[in-house]
Design a protein around this ligand. Structure first.
Ligand SMILES: [Zn+2]
Length: 247
């Protein structure tokens, strides 16, 4: 089926279609794309907002938890009235009001090894908006197996990191982080930190779909807001990586 854009869609996305290399063709690619946002927390909320605003045709938002009062400094799709409600559902409700031209599916479930393949099926890009390493490595393994690109971000306080994993093109998350870091149940976060990284995740995601060549594949962006320091580190594939090495 050929994807077309209505006059209202052309008007809505007018400014981004002016970006060099985007045009109507790029917007049609976005409309036919499916993006899975893993987590509706500090990263997932702003990421979903900008993905929806940009016109990604199918958006899946996955989170098992309900909004709590101390989430509200950063999880901006959770408002006071949503405390006690499932995050993915409350988020999807608002996103539908923002953009009724796209399909938004909230899922209330825990991401596990036995459901991950079904969750990422036919995804154009997966957004890692998780807050724990165990789930991140489940996403990493499945995305490598299914050859689906994913955009990783992780934050702590005013610090954050970002990279884009394109299977067979660069290192996977396990190449970069061979030893699973210690999980911290409650860590400091300023809302602006995940907001900043989430919008960069969206930029990488949209570029991958529209077809921009240069992404953060093979590179890790590190930012420390405390000192306003940006750093780009080259990251390489490890030949002995148990996840992505061949044979
Ligand atoms: Zn690897």
């Amino acid at each position: 089926m050929e994807i077309t854009l209505s006059n209202l869609e052309l008007e809505r996305y007018d400014r981004q279609m002016l970006i060099s290399g985007w045009k109507e063709e790029g917007q049609k690619k976005l409309k036919s794309a499916k993006v899975v946002v893993m987590g509706a927390g500090g990263l997932g909320c702003p990421a979903s907002l900008y993905l929806a605003a940009a016109g990604v045709g199918k958006l899946i938002i996955i989170d098992k938890d309900k909004f709590e009062l101390n989430n509200l400094n950063r999880q901006i799709l959770g408002w006071q009235k949503d405390i006690g409600r499932f995050k993915s559902v409350a988020a999807a409700e608002k996103l539908k009001e923002l953009n009724s031209y796209i399909e938004i599916t909230p899922l209330i479930l825990e991401i596990k090894e036995d459901n991950i393949h079904e969750l990422i099926k036919n995804a154009s890009v997966v957004v890692d908006a998780m807050d724990n390493w165990r789930t991140r490595f489940i996403i990493n393994k499945a995305c490598i197996e299914k050859e689906i690109p994913f955009v990783h971000a992780g934050i702590f306080g005013l610090y954050g990191q970002l990279t884009t994993i394109i299977p067979s093109k660069g290192p996977c998350l396990r190449c970069i982080i061979p030893k699973t870091p210690k999980e911290v149940a409650t860590f400091p976060v300023l809302g602006a930190t995940p907001a900043f990284f989430a919008t960069l995740q969206v930029m990488e995601t949209l570029k991958l779909i529209v077809g921009f060549e240069k992404t953060l594949t093979g590179r890790m962006l590190v930012f420390d807001g405390k000192y306003m320091d940006f750093l780009i580190i080259n990251v390489e594939k490890r030949l002995e990586c148990p996840i992505c090495s061949i044979g």
